[in-house]
Design a protein around this ligand. Structure first.
Ligand SMILES: [Zn+2]
Length: 360
């Protein structure tokens, strides 16, 4: 691997390594998929896909996904399960990631205003980790205050970013609204104009955050929708992203064509051409959740249907009434099938995002 711009080439990366990896993605014209993980099984499925494609990867936990990592039976009063689960996922991924030999960005997904207690809890864990190891537990976090007014959104991001910058941590923020429904947040009914962010608004985010640190990215809305729906209602306009970059370039008077790091949310169900355009124009991270959830199911579904008559009891199957079925119901066999189909879906994304072989 000739990734001289990375001080750490395998395992979870932090600080300027994150920025340098995104810069590299800008230069080479690829985006890194961000995979929502809810368990060790989904985490290794994502790591395996990236390792086999020789690509970097972003693993992220949503608020609900983090709580699930802690255990669905744990109360989430005061965000305790989501905080504990995010920390558990973070420590697990940190331990296992170097085994896969690729750089991994450890991230947390959407945090809305009502979930700020979760964000505070994760930052406290990052600060504790920083004290011990000289780096935060998480590479980056996302704040999504896009449902609030822009002033509140931007000023609150700036406030948190000051705290995060002390640890050289990356911030992803959202401005304008991603439509649809994800993780219990339903934006299915917002006005269509809110689904497209203007270049002026995007640049005002840059102006507020850049003096604090260079380590941030912007998820600007360009008609994207979480989940998979019938097409036609909202039109995706990835070309808007290029206008944001052009506007920022002109305002800054820089030679750099892509001064902004942009993020693509609600990628499931988008066309290959839409991804290619968005990546050409400055997107370095694409979130993928809905499609990988479905992919994870398909392997397990097909296994269960194929071996239906071998899993109805512990003993006895079509080949003999006394035969044991242990090898069919061992979770290492049927859960593994879900990992394989999830990995295959991620591999498809890595190809679409031009990320395959970028670590060569
Ligand atoms: Zn999203």
């Amino acid at each position: 691997m000739t990734l001289d711009f990375l001080s750490r080439k395998t395992g979870v990366i932090v600080g300027d390594d994150v920025k340098n990896l995104f810069k590299y993605a800008h230069e080479k014209g690829f985006a890194i998929p961000a995979i929502n993980v809810t368990s060790s099984s989904t985490a290794v499925a994502a790591l395996e896909a990236a390792r086999d494609a020789n690509s970097p990867i972003i693993l992220q936990t949503s608020n609900g996904g983090a709580a699930y990592f802690a255990g669905k039976g744990v109360s989430n009063k005061d965000q305790k399960a989501s905080i504990a689960g995010a920390v558990a996922a973070g420590n697990y991924i940190r331990s296992i990631a170097p085994t896969y030999g690729i750089p991994v960005i450890l991230h947390s997904d959407h945090c809305a205003k009502k979930l700020l207690q979760w964000f505070d809890g994760m930052l406290a864990a990052d600060e504790a980790y920083y004290k011990e190891h000289g780096e935060p537990l998480f590479s980056s976090h996302m704040l999504d205050l896009s449902a609030e007014n822009d002033d509140y959104n931007i000023s609150t991001c700036a406030k948190y970013f000051k705290r995060m910058a002390k640890m050289d941590q990356w911030l992803e923020m959202e401005i304008g609204i991603t439509g649809g429904e994800e993780d219990g947040v339903d934006n299915g009914h917002v006005h269509k104009s809110a689904l497209y962010t203007s270049s002026e608004t995007v640049f005002s985010v840059y102006e507020a955050l850049a003096p604090i640190s260079a380590n941030f990215s912007i998820a600007a809305a360009f008609g994207n929708v979480h989940g998979v729906y019938k097409p036609g209602n909202v039109v995706l306009q990835p070309k808007l992203l290029g206008e944001h970059e052009k506007y920022a370039k002109a305002k800054l008077g820089t030679k750099e064509d892509k001064p902004l790091f942009l993020v693509f949310h609600g990628g499931s169900g988008s066309t290959e051409q839409e991804f290619k355009t968005a990546i050409d124009l400055g997107v370095v991270k694409v979130n993928l959740d809905t499609d990988t959830q479905y992919a994870y199911l398909t392997g397990i579904r097909d296994y269960v249907l194929k071996y239906k008559d071998y899993i109805m009891s512990q003993v006895g199957n079509p080949e003999g009434a006394d035969l044991p079925n242990k090898k069919y119901y061992d979770p290492r066999n049927w859960v593994r099938e879900g990992e394989k189909t999830m990995s295959a879906r991620i591999n498809k994304a890595l190809i679409t995002f031009n990320a395959v072989g970028q670590l060569n």
